[in-house]
Design a binder for this molecule. Structure first.
Ligand code: UD1
Length: 419
């Protein structure tokens, strides 16, 4: 199994470009099921989850061809033969459940493996199912699969009991071809959701925000051929910004509109980083003294992103004084704490809260990756540690970070991938 060997401490400097957003690309790819004509999606990140979604679409009968650089695909879904998403494909990537909405809306039938729980929490899909039921989908759950059918998906009014990114996406996709009008209330407003809507609108979907978290969707009969470029990855951008703040770095992070990560940029300013922003660029210099944050709480967008919680924790381990993080989205998203302690961190976890006593002097060690964002946090910590660290099970990282080692090497990190 591949591992990273990192020799620290390193200081990051130079420029790095973020790839296309995985979390935007996955629902956009799933939503191509709604189209009869060929669509072209550009700026795809070259990561494992995208490969898995492409394999899932191919297993349904999609005709897909990649551009030479593998960042753009042409997809024709006019010959979809199957409406079955197997456990084998869905087990490694929760986004597999996102084919349910488009399949049921377009074909009136879908059998989709239930995604399993995962490292970070239980992650149920009850809001996806109850929302689709309101649009006249019938379903039963048998032997790990959702068996769903519908004569026709019919518009309705749905209020999500809790804000959910995945459920909002599934319901937007299902409503796009529904008969009549759908109102979705208490929607997630993550930038990736806006990207999905923008994509569908270029194909002729009638989707409009009529309130901060309320969508009005008029079902259309069909969608037109279109070309769309996926937004940049805000979590990757945030991760690189943290690398600079952590190492007294001097880094230009390119490829994302800085306004999208305003919340995190403000937190980085609070801990002492010097930040300037331009249209598609964040220029960030880390300061010698990192200040603590008395309490930060993960929240739905525009709140502090749960996908950057682990990376911020590394920074706070190095801060002067005590900080507290509260994880409000997932019940088990602190697996990185035990590994950070092995480097010298002082962290206590009490239910949703992690109390971080700053001023840690990290010394390199062998570390075990557990999930995607926890793994990248370990990479950051290793960069800021004295001596050699070996990070095991880095396959988690390839799910969501494109060429992480190559990008880090280019900005001054002593990192090697070995077997
Ligand atoms: C979530 C994050 C998203 C992140 C992704 C991967 C939020 C709001 N969502 O999206 O930013 O990129 O993980 O780490 O930050 N829930 C239910 N029933 C459901 C659906 C969700 O109870 O049917 C609960 C979840 O357990 C969770 C919360 O609602 O506590 C938000 O979940 P949701 O946004 O759906 O998760 P993801 O779409 O995976």
């Amino acid at each position: 199994m591949e591992k990273f060997v990192i020799k620290g401490p390193c200081r990051v400097k130079g420029a790095v470009s973020v790839s296309g957003s995985k979390n935007a690309a996955l629902p956009i790819l799933a939503s191509t099921i709604l189209f009869d004509k060929t669509v072209e999606i550009k700026n795809l990140p070259r990561v494992k989850d995208i490969e898995t979604m492409i394999n899932l679409l191919r297993s349904l009968g999609s005709k897909i061809s990649f551009s030479k650089n593998k960042r753009a695909v042409k997809i024709n879904n006019s010959k979809i033969k199957k409406t079955f998403a197997s456990y084998n494909l869905v087990k490694t990537m929760r986004a597999g459940i996102l084919v349910l909405g488009p399949l049921i809306s377009k074909y009136g039938s879908a059998t989709v493996s239930m995604p399993g729980g995962c490292q970070i929490g239980v992650r149920p899909i009850n809001y996806h199912l109850s929302g689709l039921k309101k649009l006249k989908m019938n379903y039963e759950i048998k032997r790990g699969y959702v068996y769903a059918n519908a004569k026709r998906i019919v518009g309705s009014v749905i209020k999500f009991p809790k804000i959910s990114v995945g459920a909002t996406e599934n319901l937007i996709m299902a409503s796009t071809l529904a008969s009549g009008k759908t109102i979705l209330k208490n929607c997630a407003i993550e930038p990736e959701i806006k990207d999905l809507i923008n994509f569908l609108k270029t194909g002729g979907a009638k989707i409009k925000w009529i309130g901060k978290r309320t969508l009005e969707i008029y079902g259309v009969k069909s969608l037109d051929s279109t070309i769309y470029s996926v937004m940049g990855d805000r979590i990757e951008a945030g991760t690189f910004c943290i690398a600079s703040a952590l190492t007294q770095g001097d880094l230009n992070v390119n490829g994302l509109n800085p306004k999208i990560i305003n919340t995190e940029i403000n937190l980085l300013k609070k801990i002492g980083a010097k930040i300037k922003t331009k249209k598609n660029q964040i220029i960030i210099k880390g300061s010698k003294k990192i200040k603590n944050l008395s309490l930060i709480t993960t929240k739905e967008y525009p709140g502090f992103a749960t996908d950057l919680q682990a990376q911020f924790m590394v920074l706070l381990c190095k801060a002067k004084g005590r900080s507290v993080i509260q994880e409000n989205i997932f019940e088990n998203r602190y697996s990185h704490c035990a590994e950070l302690r092995r480097l010298g961190a002082s962290i206590i976890v009490k239910s949703k809260k992690a109390i971080i006593y700053g001023g840690a002097d990290f010394e390199g060690a062998e570390l075990m990756s557990s999930d995607l964002r926890a793994s990248v946090a370990l990479v950051l910590a290793a960069i800021a540690s004295k001596g050699k660290s070996i990070i095991h099970r880095i396959y988690h990282l390839s799910r969501g970070y494109e060429n992480l080692d190559k990008k880090l090497k280019k900005i001054g990190v002593n990192i090697k991938k070995i077997r």
